[in-house]
Design a protein around this ligand. Structure first.
Ligand SMILES: [Zn+2]
Length: 323
């Protein structure tokens, strides 16, 4: 599916394709949760399909479309780390380049898709550079990245960049409502406006976990026991909670710096946040943010999460002046 917020990008690449001006390398960038990979797969499918429609969408019926669906099309290569976040190694890039140097089996394009291209290590990037500089004919490389600043400039500069941006709120909300997503507004705020992240947050009871975090923060602010609140939080998904706490502190900083009105992630708790602003100082909030950033960096290491939450909640308590 090409999402409503991707129509402009879709039309642009299709125009390039029909004018035989499609670049041999495209770099799709933008925040997570906008469906860049779906777009890339659709584009790959569109390039390989023998009978795409007038908008360039693959027919879904021809032999090549069936092969793409089955993941067995011999002219489509997908390169990614063994797991999300794992390095893409030089040998894998070399293998890809060798395959691209063979002729297309179906006589059309050969398409290579590099998922999370920023996970290529420096040797892998350097190896890809050769293919980017001298691409085989009718080859299209599609690199997808939400962290393009991690890619070497030499790689970036050899690709045509396609930007994906957070859609207008109304467009995102109406799409979420079409997907029957409940509490779309709250989810979209927590997802910083990225619709597919909002869909992800609907799963696994995450909205309920978010509520537990906010209750713990407000409880500690009202002198409730740090240890008891930490017991409520320590079994919940740490990564999400740390991100939300980060957003919570940033909301307070925004209110300090910009006053009202300002776009908050925690729009539903804005009256509580406004009260907490009067009990906090900017330097204190920045110190707390520093502590959070350190904890976010440490989260891949096994931790005693009960102690971690006691520590974080106690610091939160100390950040606030007594009510
Ligand atoms: Zn087709």
């Amino acid at each position: 599916m090409v999402y409503p917020w991707q129509q402009f990008q879709w039309q642009k690449v299709q125009q390039q394709k029909s004018g035989a001006k499609l670049p041999h390398a495209l770099l799709m960038i933008g925040p997570q949760g906008l469906g860049k990979l779906d777009f890339a797969l659709n584009l790959a499918n569109s390039l390989l399909c023998s009978t795409p429609d007038t908008q360039g969408h693959a027919c879904g019926e021809c032999v090549t479309c069936k092969l793409v669906d089955a993941g067995t099309h011999p002219d489509l290569y997908i390169l990614q780390g063994e797991e999300r976040g794992k390095t893409i190694k030089v040998d894998d890039v070399r293998q890809l380049s060798a395959k691209l140097n063979l002729t297309s089996q179906y006589g059309g394009y050969q398409v290579a898709l590099i998922v999370d291209a920023h996970d290529m290590n420096i040797n892998a990037s350097n190896s890809l550079l050769k293919t980017l500089e001298e691409p085989p004919v009718d080859t299209v490389l599609i690199l997808v990245s939400s962290n393009p600043e991690k890619l070497p400039v030499t790689v970036r500069s050899r690709c045509q960049v396609i930007n994906f941006n957070i859609p207008e709120t109304q467009m995102a909300l109406s799409w979420l409502e079409d997907q029957n997503i409940q509490q779309a507004g709250a989810l979209l705020n927590l997802a910083h406006g990225a619709p597919l992240l909002a869909v992800g947050l609907q799963q696994d009871n995450l909205l309920e976990h978010h509520k537990q975090l906010i209750n713990a923060l407000l409880g500690v602010a009202k002198n409730q026991s740090v240890i008891e609140q930490a017991e409520q939080l320590h079994k919940l998904p740490l990564g999400y909670l740390l991100n939300w706490l980060f957003d919570w502190v940033q909301d307070l900083i925004k209110l300090h710096q910009c006053g009202d009105p300002v776009k908050l992630v925690h729009i539903a708790q804005q009256s509580e946040l406004k009260q907490l602003v009067t009990r906090s100082s900017l330097p204190g909030l920045y110190d707390y943010l520093d502590q959070l950033i350190k904890n976010k960096q440490l989260q891949s290491i096994p931790l005693n999460t009960q102690l971690l939450w006691e520590d974080l909640l106690l610091s939160w308590y100390k950040t606030l002046k007594r009510a």
